[in-house]
Ligand binder design. Structure first.
Ligand code: 13P
Length: 349
């Protein structure tokens, strides 16, 4: 059989949710080894190691309480041990930690391994904007696919029906990744557009910050719908600006695009943090610490990364919503300035 591994820094409930799905699926798949190793950033919970709790009680009490994991999901505190024998590596962690993880496991990966990134973030490097699959591929030199969708982790763990999108260039690999993730309540659609899927997942977090500002200002559904519409169009415009013909426009209508913007702008943690930012005047990192109990968010970081990119290209006036959200997050502009200059013509995009 072929082993599979999930890597997860803790810090985000999606890693455990993914391991729960993949663990259940590999137990039924003849081509895969039964064990799914999940890398858990070790911490003590009531004096006990989190990995010990997961391996005896089969619940990640810290990041996904109340949801049993299958017995074949084994938590390990060492990322190298998690990936060493794995042919299929699932990368899930807040994007600010990715480079450190890659530097750690680099050199310990099977040469025939492939990876899939569930990370909803982007990176800035001296070569410009980098997606997580590009970063992983560059460091580990293995094929990398992407998975992203309207996927609030706790709702998936409750097995409420939803969809997701896998971006995979190789049709045979796409079938394998789909077999690892698809369930009756987690419906996978595959597209041959790895970075389109990633751009959607990352950029929608900036829109969610805008949606949270609207909620914090006690404005209504119509206002939030306007922010979602303009945000969606700026997402598409920016992805096209960066990747041009390398992205399929139809990807934006998949679960990773339109559906993820909607769910995150209504139910996501980035939305919640932005609402509190307006209502309390506290900083995003402070609120993250106070409200999210160790979880880490992407939205306000991505707003900063997006801004540094569009600013360096001299195109901020093409992205007024992203620019306004950045200035509210980082330059003390009052939240109602989110509406400045939003009457943009997207008809020629
Ligand atoms: P948050 O990180 O804002 O909770 O968004 C979750 C998400 O990406 C849903 O698909």
């Amino acid at each position: 059989g072929v082993p599979a591994a999930a890597t997860n820094a803790g810090l985000d409930p999606m890693g455990t949710t993914a391991a729960r799905i993949v663990g259940t699926n590999v137990a039924k798949l003849a081509d895969f080894d039964d064990t799914v190793k999940i890398w858990v950033h070790e911490e003590l919970v009531d004096g006990r190691k989190l990995t010990d709790i997961i391996n005896t009680e089969h619940v990640n009490v810290r990041y996904l309480p109340g949801h049993k994991l299958p017995d074949n999901v084994v938590a390990v505190p060492d990322a190298i041990e998690a990936v060493r024998d794995a042919t299929h590596i699932i990368v899930v962690l807040p994007h600010q930690y990715i480079q450190h993880l890659l530097d750690t496991v680099h050199g310990s990966i099977l040469p025939n391994a492939s990876a899939i990134s569930l990370i909803k973030g982007i990176g800035i490097s001296d070569q410009g904007m980098t997606t997580m699959t590009q970063l992983i591929h560059r460091t580990l030199a293995i094929p990398v696919s992407s998975l992203s969708g309207a996927n609030i982790a706790n709702e998936i763990a409750e097995e409420k029906y939803c969809e997701t999108t896998i971006g995979c260039q190789d049709p045979d690999e796409a079938i394998v990744w789909r077999s690892l993730f698809n369930t009756p309540y987690f419906q996978v659609n595959c597209v041959a557009d790895v970075i389109g899927v990633e751009f959607c997942g990352a950029l929608k977090n900036v829109v969610a910050v805008g949606a949270g500002f609207i909620d914090g200002l006690h404005l209504g559904n119509n206002t939030k719908a306007a922010i979602i519409r303009i945000g969606f169009l700026e997402m598409r415009r920016l992805a096209m600006h960066i990747a041009g013909g390398g992205i399929q426009e139809s990807t934006f209508m998949e679960s990773c695009g339109l559906a993820d913007v909607i769910t995150t702008c209504y139910g996501g943690r980035n939305r919640r943090l932005a609402q509190e930012f307006v209502q309390t005047g506290k900083s995003m990192p402070q609120l993250e610490k106070e409200l999210l109990d160790g979880q880490k968010l992407q939205g306000y970081l991505t707003a900063g990364e997006v801004h540094s990119y569009i600013d360096s290209c001299g195109v901020t006036d093409h992205f007024p919503l992203f620019t306004n959200i950045y200035q509210i997050c980082y330059e003390n502009k009052p939240p109602h300035t989110i509406f400045a200059g939003l009457n943009v013509d997207f008809s020629r995009d």
